[in-house]
Design a protein around this ligand. Structure first.
Ligand SMILES: NC(=O)C1=CN([C@@H]2O[C@H](COP(=O)(O)OP(=O)(O)OC[C@H]3O[C@@H](n4cnc5c(N)ncnc54)[C@H](OP(=O)(O)O)[C@@H]3O)[C@@H](O)[C@H]2O)C=CC1
Ligand SMILES: O=C1O[C@H](COP(=O)(O)O)[C@@H](O)[C@H](O)[C@H]1O
Length: 495
């Protein structure tokens, strides 16, 4: 099957307008990613980047900041960097002020002539979500969408706080932009091994034929972080791990693992299969929440302070920094198979890993201890290692018919081992060539909110007993019991 792109161009000509260009995301992810596109020849010389934020910076200060961010994050060539930075322009801008947009319109006209960008514009909203509706509306009202080329709007997460606010936000944005112009970023969808899930499943007969409830006993998806809340207490405390990670990244991975093969590799066909999975998620009943989900918050431990000590305003916080859940998909393929997910801050290791556990053989003939079990596992390593490992059993050399567990491994040599910038690099490129496959459609966002809202609503009825895991551990004990009662256990995420 051939991947069909909406538009395929070698070196697209474009002006990228970044709202929030003085912020953390721009510095840590966007500038380095655009630089990598330039370095790798994915964009040529016919591009410009306009940075917008309130600070009274000049083009020179902005270019210095861009160079600093690249200096800090990756290998580069000084001459290359200077010519790259010359494509960056800054405008001091208040998103709530009408006149800022008029000025921007003039700047875009000038740059489009200078760089021959054919009127192609990406508006990247790297700002707090409360401004998304206003910006979309102002772009429409001030005619900034009306150019000779295409215009696309990239929106960062979080997309709403719950289903109701997400709907409201979506309605506001849709007044100004069509669905096919909206690119909702989920950076996990830009990770190499997340993109590989589809290929591992659908390009291998040995997996796809077994990929169902007859042969798979459970699937475990872990995204653990060593980092704590860092400088983002204000955002994170209103969000918590469920909104920050489960509503988007974790459920997207579940959808890719569970979807039916698409009839074609087009964005619409893939999305339609993912939506079917998200629609089939079993909503957790309020009285059942304890049987399906576990929440946690880190206290002091091997990795330092507890969450409540990270900032004065977190002193009495009941926000969860950890979630584990048993997700059931009520469809023909997956009936009865739990998808266990877990994610948390200040855990033992940084690891994103998927373990597919196949049903065990009915009798153990080859291990001395009859209770010993070594089910076949397919492990998809997403970060920091990238690759897959298949756990099998084979005969121990020279000792009769005794088996031992063995592993077949494939390591995907990442370009330089840094995963997230690469994910942003891919997604920015996809956006400028018009490939929406790895962006989330409104339907996916809505079904995901519906699922997590049920859990969050049930939790809001009771006060959690926090903290309940130590910084540097693998999370609360209750998360182990979640699997034990089904006869399973978490497979380790480290060797
Ligand atoms: N940082 C990260 O790692 C991630 C961030 N995100 C999302 O990306 C978005 C941005 O996050 P982040 O960069 O961390 O946020 P920051 O708080 O670091 O940056 C916010 C930006 O908005 C600008 N700004 C604020 N108010 C206005 C205004 N009225 N007019 C114009 N500009 C304004 C600020 O600049 P100034 O003060 O100069 O106006 C600044 O450039 C958020 O939606 C966040 O959830 C998503 C994933 C990861
Ligand atoms: O979206 C987010 O993701 C990061 C984790 O991303 P990763 O690529 O390092 O796994 C998380 O730290 C952050 O809280 C969240 O907003």
């Amino acid at each position: 099957m051939e991947r069909v792109l909406l538009k395929t161009v070698d070196k697209p000509n474009v002006v990228i307008v970044i709202f929030g260009a003085t912020g953390d995301l721009s510095k840590r992810k966007l500038f380095p990613s655009i630089y990598r596109l330039y370095q790798n020849g994915k964009i040529g010389e016919d591009f410009a980047v306009v940075g917008l934020a309130r600070r009274p910076w000049t083009n020179d200060i902005f270019r210095e900041k861009v160079c600093e961010s690249i200096n800090e994050s990756q290998a580069h060539n000084e001459d290359d960097l200077e010519s790259f930075a010359a494509h960056f322009y800054y405008q001091s801008f208040d998103v709530t002020d009408n006149s800022s947009y008029t000025h921007l319109d003039g700047l875009l006209d000038q740059l489009e002539g200078q760089y021959q960008t054919n009127g192609n514009r990406v508006f990247y909203l790297a700002m707090a979500p409360e401004y998304f509706g206003t910006i979309a509306n102002q772009l429409e009202q001030n005619g900034l969408k009306e150019s000779a080329g295409w215009t696309r709007l990239v929106i960062e997460k979080p997309f709403g706080h719950d289903l109701a606010s997400a709907k409201e936000l979506n309605n506001q944005i849709r007044l100004a932009f069509n669905e096919d112009q909206i690119y909702r970023i989920d950076h996990y969808l830009g990770k190499e091994m997340v993109q590989n899930i589809e290929v591992i499943r659908f390009a291998n007969g040995i997996f796809e034929h077994l990929w169902n409830n007859r042969f798979i006993s459970n699937i475990q998806v872990t995204s653990s972080e060593k980092l704590g809340v860092e400088e983002r207490a204000r955002y994170y405390d209103r969000s918590g791990a469920t909104r920050d990670m489960v509503q988007n990244h974790m459920l997207q991975m579940v959808a890719l693992l569970a979807m039916e093969p698409p009839i074609k590799l087009t964005p619409d066909e893939i999305r339609s299969e993912k939506v079917k999975v998200l629609r089939a998620l079993r909503l957790v009943e309020p009285t059942e929440v304890e049987n399906y989900f576990v929440r946690g918050q880190y206290g002091p431990g091997r990795l330092g302070k507890g969450y409540r000590e990270e900032a004065p305003e977190l002193k009495d916080s009941t926000t969860e920094t950890y979630v584990a859940g048993k997700v059931m998909i009520d469809n023909y393929r997956w009936a009865g198979v739990p998808f266990y997910i877990r994610t948390g801050k200040k855990m033992k290791e940084k690891s994103i890993k998927i373990v597919v556990e196949f049903r065990d053989i009915p009798m153990n003939l080859y291990y001395k201890d009859e209770s010993e079990r070594h089910p076949n596992l397919l492990v998809i390593n997403i970060q920091p290692d990238e690759g897959i490992t298949l756990h099998l059993n084979a005969k121990k050399a020279g000792v009769g018919s005794i088996a031992q567990p063995i592993e077949l491994s494939y390591t995907n040599n990442g370009v330089d081992g840094i995963n997230t910038p690469e994910a942003y690099e891919k997604l920015i490129y996809d956006c400028i060539i018009g490939d929406t496959t790895n962006f989330t459609h409104w339907d996916e966002v809505a079904y995901s909110w519906k699922f997590v809202d049920a859990v969050l609503d049930a939790w809001s009825e009771t006060e959690p007993l926090f903290p309940n895991y130590t910084a540097g551990s693998m999370g609360p004990e209750a998360a182990d019991r979640l699997l034990e009662k089904d006869g399973f256990h978490w497979w380790p995420v480290t060797d």
